[in-house]
Design a protein. Structure first.
Length: 226
């Protein structure tokens, strides 16, 4: 459940009119009152794709992230490239690391602490992470496909800022990521405004239906299912 911030879908929709570009400071899930489920539905309505990175979940409950992506592609036993990505990232970025497997950790406590000190917002690993007990204590959001105890080597042979394929989802530096307990959704930068507007419309519709359920209406009737 998103934290209530006193914003209504109607007031937020006015902020994201076709003539106004979204502002980075307005795009937290808390401020928007949105979930990744609503955002994924909106993306599906607009593009036919859900944008969900398969298998990636937060390492602890109630994590919410929203920000610009910097991409990393490397081998599952090469954590050196992950460190290079932290060095090249900007404040507020979300580092997205894609590995060729999820049996060896490419991210852990030291990288999380260093990234946090540099102002990086979060790390999403399409692979494995470790040191999760310590990372949870840092209050630094990390999402991953799996959790393991062992790490690889500092080869630093991967690539940064290149397009990455994760299942049916393509992730590029400059795209936008939303993440919560349900997982991670990637939005192309060019359509971010449209997706937010569509998501807010979906939220408004869902709230109307929930109110009608509370009034005793049939959900089957409301959804047109016979």
């Amino acid at each position: 459940m998103a934290k209530k911030m006193g914003f209504s879908p109607e007031s937020l929709l006015k902020q994201f009119s076709p003539k106004k570009k979204v502002k980075n400071a307005d795009l937290s899930l808390e401020n928007l009152g949105l979930t990744t489920s609503q955002i994924s539905d909106a993306l599906k309505n607009l593009t036919g794709e859900y944008g969900v990175v398969p298998g990636v979940k937060p390492i602890k409950d109630n994590l919410k992230i929203s920000g610009r992506v910097i991409t990393v592609k490397t081998q599952q036993d090469d954590w050196g490239t992950s460190l290079k990505a932290v060095e090249t990232s900007s404040k507020g970025d979300i580092i997205f690391i894609a590995c060729d497997g999820d049996k060896v950790g490419v991210w852990g406590e030291m990288f999380s602490r260093y990234a946090q000190e540099k102002g990086v917002q979060s790390t999403v690993v399409y692979g494995a992470v470790r040191d999760v007990e310590a990372v949870k204590e840092l209050d630094y959001p990390v999402f991953s496909r799996s959790i393991v105890p062992h790490a690889g080597t500092p080869r630093a042979e991967g690539e940064i800022n290149i397009p990455i394929e994760c299942g049916t989802v393509t992730v590029k530096t400059g795209d936008w990521i939303f993440g919560d307990d349900c997982g991670v959704v990637v939005i192309q930068a060019e359509i971010l405004d449209q997706v937010i507007v569509e998501s807010l419309k979906i939220k408004k519709t869902e709230e109307k239906i929930l109110n009608q359920i509370a009034e005793g209406k049939s959900l089957s009737d409301l959804l047109g299912i016979k």
